[in-house]
Design a binder for this molecule. Structure first.
Ligand SMILES: Cc1cc2nc3c(=O)[nH]c(=O)nc-3n(C[C@H](O)[C@H](O)[C@H](O)COP(=O)(O)OP(=O)(O)OC[C@H]3O[C@@H](n4cnc5c(N)ncnc54)[C@H](O)[C@@H]3O)c2cc1C
Length: 424
């Protein structure tokens, strides 16, 4: 393989999301090194596996705080009683079998000068390149009244697991005729279409099980992802059930009162039977400890290599990173993981990374057999990732029923594919 075709292969492998990465011949003599990845989600587990596949001589350690990963994509179907939480859960046996060393402990500190990561159990790992993929934390001081105790009454369910199950149980326990309120945050946040898919599937649950109930979405924005498609579908499927209140119509929640499950806006008070507060978010705490997050709470990175703009030899991928227009999704996280892996391997080999192209597709279910999607292709420009014009787009506004059914099938297929690729 010539240098150019080899580079082209890395570029293609990095951008493809459902194609298995094939091991490459060694990129350079003596290029092996130590790569530590923190966070075994869609970004981190994908990246660890991709680095190992690209150069099996590299010593790759994946640090993850939990032995079971609970996936957020499709967790809205758990809320609607369409599947159980166990269908969202994955272990790391196959990741370990691919040659990645698993370290099950939370990373608690990073010393960027000494190039070490300290784990909660006291162990210390040395690295040549560190990849941080820790996802999000809730910004607990971001919405007055919303702290960890409030989340046990008004769940966010924005990190899947116990919170998802709690919100589902609350919906199940609610009497027919109850009011469900969802509050959606301002940008940026994990999964831009997620609150609207959630509203749709909870509306489906209410329509089929508790038809006298009502759902209000209070929004801190005037526009959202796939808005026209969602709103057309809501008119068709949930006309008297689901109401969306935009920022300019007074939708922004200014504070919450957990004792009475009340959401307060500048224009009124909404007392809910079930309140789902999706609060403001930030990069997970280890990003602050490593000195890679900035005043926004997110981590600015180089759009070509995902190396932190604040600390050398540390890369940040997935939801924790900001690099322009690419939305925070599992699909994006997986694309970024492959590009970052190729860049890390290339940099360890003393070579210059190639300019990547990245893909994202986000499917949303509006009902079990009604799917819609948005897709985009991204490239680095002036230090950030920008849309490749003319690539991507959203589902057609006037598609027939069969098309929506097919997209719902594609959505299911995508989840199977990505979870098999990352954890299978
Ligand atoms: C309701 C909902 C629906 C969604 N639907 C979709 C969808 O349909 N399609 C889509 O593409 N995306 C979807 N998303 C978005 C998707 O879940 C995220 O974008 C994706 O999980 C980001 O991957 P990540 O690897 O950055 O973070 P995560 O997947 O959250 O993984 C982070 C991992 O890091 C670990 N970790 C954190 N800190 C530490 C530490 N200090 N030490 C060790 N480990 C640590 C965590 O335990 C976790 O396992 C949805 C999100 C939500 C909330």
């Amino acid at each position: 393989m010539t240098k150019n075709t080899r580079r082209d292969f890395i570029k293609t492998a990095a951008a493809a999301t459902s194609t298995a990465l094939l091991p490459l011949p060694a990129l350079a003599q003596g290029a092996a090194g130590r790569v530590v990845v923190v966070g075994g989600g869609f970004a981190g587990a994908s990246c660890a596996r991709a680095v190992k596949a690209l150069d099996p001589r590299i010593n790759v350690t994946l640090v993850e705080g939990s032995r079971t990963f609970t996936a957020c994509p499709f967790s809205n179907t758990v809320l609607a009683g369409m599947r159980e939480i166990t269908a969202q859960q994955f272990g790391y046996d196959k990741v370990a079998a691919s040659g990645v060393t698993m370290a099950f402990a939370a990373a608690s500190a990073v010393n960027a000068q000494a190039r070490t990561v300290t784990l909660a159990d006291g162990a210390q790992l040395n690295y040549d390149r560190l990849v941080l993929a820790p996802g999000i934390d809730i910004r607990w001081n971001g919405l007055p009244g919303y702290d960890e105790a409030a989340a046990s009454v008004m769940p966010h369910a924005w990190r899947a697991g116990e919170q998802t199950v709690l919100l589902r149980r609350q919906l199940e326990a609610m009497e027919d005729g109850g009011l469900v309120v969802i509050s959606a945050p301002a940008n940026p946040f994990r999964c831009p279409p997620g609150p609207y898919e959630r509203a749709s599937l909870i509306a489906h649950y209410l329509k089929t099980r508790k038809p006298k109930s009502k759902l209000i979405v209070l929004d801190a924005k005037d526009a959202f992802s796939k808005q026209r498609l969602f709103q057309n579908a809501w008119k068709e499927l949930y006309p008297d059930l689901l109401e969306w209140v935009s920022l300019s119509s007074g939708g922004k929640v200014a504070s919450v009162e957990p004792a009475t499950k009340t959401l307060v806006t500048d224009f009124g008070r909404h007392q809910a039977a079930v309140a789902n507060v999706i609060p403001p978010q930030k990069a997970a705490q280890i990003a602050d400890a490593a000195g890679v997050s900035d005043r926004t709470g997110w981590c600015p990175v180089d759009a070509q290599t995902f190396e932190s703009k604040q600390q050398q030899n540390i890369h940040v991928i997935g939801d924790a990173a900001i690099m322009g227009g690419m939305p925070k999704s599992a699909f994006s996280a997986n694309s970024q993981a492959k590009v970052c892996a190729a860049a890390v391997v290339t940099l360890l080999a003393g070579q210059k990374p190639v300019e990547p192209r990245l893909i994202n597709t986000c499917y949303s279910l509006v009902s079990p057999d009604y799917g819609i999607s948005v897709a985009g292709v991204y490239r680095p420009k002036d230090g950030v990732l920008v849309d490749v014009e003319g690539a991507g787009g959203v589902s057609p506004a006037d598609a027939p029923k069969a098309y929506r059914e097919q997209e719902a099938t594609f959505a299911n297929g995508w989840f199977q594919t990505i979870t098999t690729e990352v954890f299978g």
